[in-house]
Design a protein around this ligand. Structure first.
Ligand code: FMN
Length: 312
């Protein structure tokens, strides 16, 4: 690649705006950012259809397309979703929300109508690929939306309200909501976020375990000024999380490190205050139960029909 076409592997706000991208596609992919502030402007139907078309042309295992996309434009439904997904108000202000779902219901009906065998909802293999298919279609739509001058943001907190979403969108057995994408014309162009660079993410031929210093430098470069102020409440919360997860001695070590630094570091905030390490693994069993209620049981032993009597 010529010098002219070298693009930075990671960047912060302002560093590469109008930068040396070899073409518009590369600019869209590298200069992108999530958009959470939408103008009050309707997305024309032909524009939305074109974007959705780009989604359904994404790669998909066996070309099976085991996913569905539920378009949500009804203001009351959007408000309800915003509330359910953790009071994220942009979900209500976005002109369109798209719910991406794994969909084995359609294939099951197809198999039934054509008298074909079907076990996809009992199969981890099928689950694994269909999850990827769903997300890959979503990302095609995300990029297509950018290409059409729109902005978008994923909403992962649908996982806090699977049953409510299932009921609201009338999802049949075998259809499982994965992620929401809020879509609209940006009020202001969002600025790209810093990313870890290629040296951290890409490994040549085999996984490279970097040195501690290199790892710390990489994260410090990504989150340079993110030192969180120490407050009594925060200290108490981090200590409680540490204690529950790794015990008293670790909690004391964590508090000592905070005292020594004079601030709460980003990773301490990330897993101690925000995505709390004690709470995150909670409810694993409940999620399996929810999956089962949606008609999935790939995590259970599969017992095929017993034909032994007929074979004897
Ligand atoms: C699976 C997934 C779930 C996400 N969930 C949320 C969410 O619930 N709320 C939100 O504001 N952003 C959400 N995001 C957006 C991320 O916060 C965002 O991608 C990240 O901060 C990096 O910023 P960038 O997209 O501008 O590069 C999600 C992104 C992904 C990929």
């Amino acid at each position: 690649m010529s010098e002219k076409h070298k693009v930075p592997s990671h960047h912060g706000a302002g560093e590469t705006i109008g930068g040396p991208f070899p073409n518009e596609t590369m600019r869209l992919l590298i200069d992108r950012a999530s958009c959470r502030s939408f103008a009050e402007k309707k997305i024309p139907e032909d524009v939305l259809e074109m974007i959705l078309e780009a989604g359904i042309h994404a790669p998909t295992g066996g070309n099976l397309q085991p996913y569905s996309i539920v378009r949500i434009e009804d203001p009351e439904k959007k408000r309800q979703l915003a509330r359910l997904c953790g009071e994220q108000s942009f979900i209500a202000t976005a002109p369109v929300d798209l719910m991406f779902c794994i969909d084995w219901y359609r294939s099951k009906r197809w198999a039934k109508l054509e008298v074909a065998p079907f076990t996809a909802t009992h199969s981890f293999r099928h689950f694994w690929i269909s999850f990827q298919d769903t997300v890959i279609a979503a990302q095609n739509i995300c990029t297509a939306a950018d290409a059409m001058g729109l902005g978008s943001v994923y909403v992962g907190t649908v996982l806090e309200c699977f049953p409510e979403i299932g009921a609201m969108l009338e999802l049949p057995d075998g259809v499982f909501p994965v992620v929401l994408l809020s879509l609209g014309y940006p009020k202001v162009r969002p600025q790209p976020r810093k990313k870890l660079g290629l040296n951290m993410i890409v490994h040549n031929e085999a996984y490279r375990k970097c040195e501690d210093r290199e790892l710390l430098d990489a994260f410090n470069e990504k989150y340079p000024a993110l030192r969180i102020q120490v407050t009594e409440d925060r200290l108490e919360q981090i200590a409680a999380v540490c204690r529950r997860v790794h015990g008293q001695e670790f909690a004391e070590k964590c508090l000592a490190r905070i005292k020594e630094n004079g601030y709460i570091s980003f990773v301490q905030r990330y897993f101690g205050l925000h995505y709390m390490a004690d709470i995150m693994p909670e409810g694993n069993d409940r999620y399996l139960k929810i999956m089962e209620e949606f008609g999935f049981n790939w995590f259970k032993e599969y017992t095929p029909v017993d034909n032994s009597a007929e074979q004897r």
